[in-house]
Design a protein around this ligand. Structure first.
Ligand SMILES: Cc1cc2nc3c(=O)[nH]c(=O)nc-3n(C[C@H](O)[C@H](O)[C@H](O)COP(=O)(O)OP(=O)(O)OC[C@H]3O[C@@H](n4cnc5c(N)ncnc54)[C@H](O)[C@@H]3O)c2cc1C
Length: 477
């Protein structure tokens, strides 16, 4: 039985470990630098008893296998189910998301501009957009781009959209249907249901991290090595060395650490230029604000809100106490907000002032009324927050990933594969499951290899494309 070493105990590494166990492949070990499982999907409880995620994590799924695993980890009763209520705050008002379907709520001058742009694009023929900015302009028109999409996307991504590709958009950005926009306008109708995540589930207790703690607890504990940072990888000798001086041999290595770090740890400096050009990322600064009292009525059912304007540093705020009452110490007396601020070389932030700027922004956007209601503040900076879909990304991946695979190293997950379009929890977990199926049973990966297919529907388990010879092994039952 070949030794399989897994780097990282986020959803991807845990998905791989769980699948190996299911298949009876006991010769694996997982190395994780931090003291607990979860990675970017971990949760924390602050000194005042408020629970925080690393940014509002909502749970939705493209996979039956993932759904079954979620029930197994937390039980049927371990989940709360929510209707997505997302809104844009701008021009001093809330506009339902998707914004473009609800522009009737804009002031007349903005509405006019957006409609003129939408009419203009119906006159243009189809042109293949060279970058994300072109795609926005071609898909939404000049007005919507200027009023919302360009300022908002810069705030989220922290990169100018002309430096990003338009390959990843797929289901992640709702495109515009002019007839629908006009219908909503004429009938004064709010159009709020769109996309794969119009309902979502969230753990009753413990935040998103509860899922991954439960997943890790089901695995043999002696194969999970926490507080174990990988410091070097010898591709020839197939060994991994750790900060505490230990050395581990592998036949296959499943790496979920950032691909840029894998390049460094293996000394493959020939990929540095491609990585610098193609593997862009932004950092995520997360601010948890625990509050006394109750949210004002307008926030009572809202899940998250987008903020395109420059009267606040954050692009998104989640009413985290609406996800679960257990995210606050006592829901009768407290509530909570979680704000996200992006950061990159194109959008630096002043760490020393950011908390104050966030609180000022919460007041400016009227999410909170009085500074004195704040009873707790919590901050987390994820150095690697979003894998930016840069223009040279796919060329870089085409050069780097096959090289590592030729050395029995499989880099998967949010920053392992660097594909934003398949980097949510469900995708990441399944990338771990699918790479194990590939190594053990020769099944072709779906999520890593074909993001559009992965995102096109809910996939049965086993995947339809897997060949009959593999089915006996793929079925966990
Ligand atoms: C702000 C934000 C909001 C998000 N919102 C959602 C959402 O709403 N819904 C959703 O489904 N997903 C969301 N995600 C994505 C979700 O967090 C990821 O899908 C998931 O965590 C990726 O899992 P992973 O295992 O690939 O990587 P990670 O979670 O990054 O795990 C990698 C692990 O590798 C470890 N590691 C790194 N270097 C080393 C080393 N040298 N040695 C040993 N270990 C190492 C790290 O400590 C980490 O535990 C969000 C992410 C962010 C940042």
């Amino acid at each position: 039985m070949e030794t399989i070493l897994i780097l990282g105990a986020g959803p991807t590494g845990l998905g791989a470990a769980r699948r190996l166990e299911e298949l009876g492949h006991s010769n694996w070990r997982l190395l994780e630098s931090s003291s607990a499982a979860g990675g970017l999907a971990a949760s924390f409880v602050d000194d005042h008893g408020f629970t925080w995620d690393i940014g509002g994590h909502v749970q939705f799924s493209h996979y039956e296998y993932f759904d079954r695993a979620m029930v197994e980890f937390l039980g049927q009763d371990g989940w709360l189910h929510h209707e997505r209520e997302s809104w844009v705050w701008m021009r001093d008002r809330f506009i339902p998301y998707p914004f473009q379907n609800n522009i009737r709520r804009l002031p007349p001058a903005d509405l006019d501009k957006c409609l003129a742009g939408l009419v203009d694009i119906t006159r243009n023929g189809h042109v293949q957009p060279a970058n994300f900015r072109d795609w926005i302009l071609a898909t939404f028109g000049q007005g919507l781009a200027e009023v919302f999409l360009l300022p908002y996307n810069f705030k989220v991504w922290a990169y100018p959209p002309e430096l990003m590709n338009a390959v990843w958009v797929g289901e992640r950005v709702a495109v515009t249907d002019l007839k629908r926009v006009l219908h909503n306008l004429v009938h004064a109708r709010d159009d709020v249901s769109w996309g794969p995540n119009n309902t979502f589930q969230f753990p009753v207790r413990g935040g998103t991290g509860a899922i991954w703690r439960a997943c890790a607890e089901r695995l043999p504990q002696d194969r999970l090595q926490y507080n174990t940072r990988v410091m070097g990888i010898d591709l020839k000798e197939k060994t991994v060395t750790t900060a505490d001086g230990r050395s581990f041999r592998y036949h296959y290595l499943i790496s979920t650490i950032p691909l840029t770090e894998l390049i460094q740890l293996t000394g493959q400096t020939q990929f540095q230029p491609a990585a610098e050009r193609g593997l862009l990322h932004s950092s995520s600064n997360i601010f948890g604000i625990g509050l006394r009292g109750q949210p004002r009525a307008e926030l009572a059912k809202k899940c998250w809100m987008y903020f395109p304007e420059d009267n606040c540093p954050f692009y998104r705020v989640t009413v985290f106490s609406n996800y679960s009452p257990n995210n606050v110490p006592d829901i009768r007396h407290y509530w909570s907000l979680m704000a996200e601020v992006s950061e990159s070389p194109h959008k630096p932030v002043d760490q020393t002032r950011l908390m104050e700027q966030v609180i000022d922004g919460l007041l400016a956007t009227r999410l909170i009324e009085r500074r004195e209601d704040i009873v707790s503040t919590w901050k987390y900076r994820a150095g690697h927050g979003y894998p930016t879909p840069g223009l040279q990304r796919d060329a870089a991946l085409a050069e780097i990933i096959p090289f590592f695979e030729s050395k029995n190293v499989y880099s998967r997950g949010r920053f392992g594969l660097w594909k934003y379009e398949v980097s949510n929890q469900d995708h990441s977990f399944m990338q771990g499951v699918e790479i194990v199926e590939r190594l053990r049973n020769g099944c072709a990966e779906v999520t890593a290899a074909n993001p559009n297919l992965a995102n096109s529907k809910k996939h049965p388990w086993p995947f339809e494309s897997w060949t009959p010879k593999n089915l006996w092994a793929a079925n966990p039952a």
